[in-house]
Design a protein around this ligand. Structure first.
Ligand code: DUC
Ligand code: ZN
Ligand code: ZN
Length: 474
């Protein structure tokens, strides 16, 4: 068993920062030592990592990824191997991916298929949520089974994508009632897909086929409406835990904030694309290039009546947005995004960010949008608590898994396809982003998986994490 000592760094948690040396014994954090105590106590280790002048933070947890997702007539281009390796490069030591039950399929078979894709292939630890694409007696029974026996305790439903993953309000209510019985969390893709489909057909009929129309046909009001409706349904089901995924719109955030002001078990995440990117800089690019940024909910316009970006940062500060995830769902431009040339509705939805979430959010610290502690809370600690993995994950404390990132605030990261880019996509959605900080060293359950700008981990090191219920309920 390797003993690794991280010396001289500043350990950061949601509640503050302090100088500590951190000892990892085998796969587990064994002790934290105040300055001088390592020497005083004669603590020894097999290897020492000098973190002087650097931050020592819990490994990042991205609770929203879609490796190998079949979607839009193709498959998300990162496998569990390539996606978790890229995640490690970005200071992420755990992902929570979405197993899929397609409409008409079987939930338990869907979960089994996801285990087959991931087992033996991951460079870092992984867990699963379950997409329920067809709410019926059988899938409701399966929700109970997964929660009680499989460590899968959160279920994603869709108010969007009619004919694919969509659930109607009655189905949603039934799934929420089941979640209430078993203590599970309902994760909601909250966009009014029925109304969106009408707008999409009308736009195409007008000859509006370019990628930018993906955004105008999914207006923020329809995200706000669906979010409000989901919140009402969750109340009717008995204040069940409701988690709004990839929230992008001011109207949706206002609905979440109102529910939270009433002490409801309503939570939400946002993603870097909704904090930084605008239609004008992305989807509106000429020659179909905008297709690279087609994801749902869509990137919002800088000229919208609502200041979405500013509101998202505010939501992160106020905790109405508890988590930053990525919705990592990469598709190459060539042969994948190109499926939608001449019809934006056929562009596979999704973009790749799993490698850059920690970096992009750290830039929010540099810019004064969030504190260093809040960075750790939204990217590492709350993800673990929200999804039943704490204190094994999400904290640097004795007994926790040895998932640690050494972050260099004096380093620099240039993001771009020819620069830092390890995801299996033929372009970077974050081309040209410059970050005032750098992932220095990444440790996953005691194994150094990235150091000196080199991946030192291995496929198969990552283990499945059986999760408990949310530890974040009021
Ligand atoms: N949104 C995306 O952009 N891709 C996959 C699924 C989703 O909800
Ligand atoms: Zn979604
Ligand atoms: Zn998603």
């Amino acid at each position: 068993m390797t003993r690794t000592l991280i010396t001289g760094g500043t350990v950061v948690s949601p509640s503050g920062r302090s100088p500590f040396d951190v000892l990892i014994d085998g796969e587990t954090i064994a002790a934290l030592y105040a300055p001088g105590q390592v020497e005083a106590q004669g603590v020894t280790a097999d290897r020492t990592i000098d973190a002087t002048g650097k931050y020592v933070i819990p490994g990042g947890i991205d609770v929203h990824t879609h490796m190998e997702l079949p979607f839009g007539g193709t498959n998300a281009s990162d496998t569990f191997e390539t996606g978790t390796t890229a995640a490690a490069w970005g200071g992420v030591t755990t992902i929570v991916d979405f197993a899929v039950q397609n409409t008409g399929g079987n939930v338990i078979d869907g979960l089994g298929a996801w285990h087959e894709k991931a087992a033996g292939n991951c460079a870092i630890d992984y867990a699963f949520h379950q997409i329920v694409g067809g709410v019926d007696d059988e899938s409701l029974k399966a929700m109970r089974y997964l929660t009680e026996h499989e460590g899968v305790t959160s279920f994603k439903l869709f108010m969007a994508y009619p004919g694919v993953f969509y659930s109607d309000d009655g189905q949603i209510l039934r799934a929420m009632q089941t979640a209430g019985d078993i203590g599970a969390t309902i994760m909601m893709h909250a966009e009014n897909g029925i109304a969106i489909d009408v707008l999409v057909q009308q736009a195409l009929a007008r000859g509006e086929t370019d990628p930018k129309y993906h955004s105008s046909t999914r207006p923020s009001a329809l995200e706000g409406e669906a979010t409000s409706r989901a919140i009402v349904l969750a109340a009717v089901a008995g204040n069940i835990p409701l988690y709004i995924v990839h929230l992008s719109a001011s109207e949706a955030l206002a609905a979440v904030a109102e529910a939270r002001d009433q002490s409801r078990n309503v939570f939400a995440e946002t993603c870097p694309q909704y904090l930084y990117l605008t239609v004008e800089e992305t989807l509106a690019k000429p020659d179909f290039e905008g297709a690279k940024w087609v994801c749902s909910p869509p990137i919002r316009s800088a000229h919208d009546t609502h200041p979405h970006h500013a509101d998202m940062w505010k939501g992160l500060r106020s905790n109405d947005l508890a988590i930053v995830s990525t919705d990592h769902c990469p598709f190459c431009f060539k042969d994948q995004k190109e499926l939608g040339r001449g019809d934006f509705s056929k562009i596979p939805n999704g973009m790749g960010s799993v490698e850059h979430r920690m970096e992009l959010l750290y830039q929010g610290v540099v810019a004064g949008e969030i504190t260093l502690e809040r960075w750790v809370e939204t990217c590492c600690t709350t993800p673990a608590r929200m999804f039943g993995m704490y204190p094994k994950k999400g904290i640097i404390a004795p007994g926790a898994d040895g998932d640690v990132v050494v972050w260099d605030p004096n380093g620099h990261t240039s993001i771009g396809y020819e620069k830092k880019h390890h995801m299996n996509i033929d372009h970077s959605s974050w081309e040209g982003y410059e970050i005032d900080g750098k992932v220095d060293t990444v440790i996953s359950r005691g194994l150094v998986v990235m150091e000196d700008d080199t991946f030192t981990g291995r496929k198969g090191h990552g283990q499945f994490v059986k999760r408990g219920l949310s530890q974040y309920l009021v």
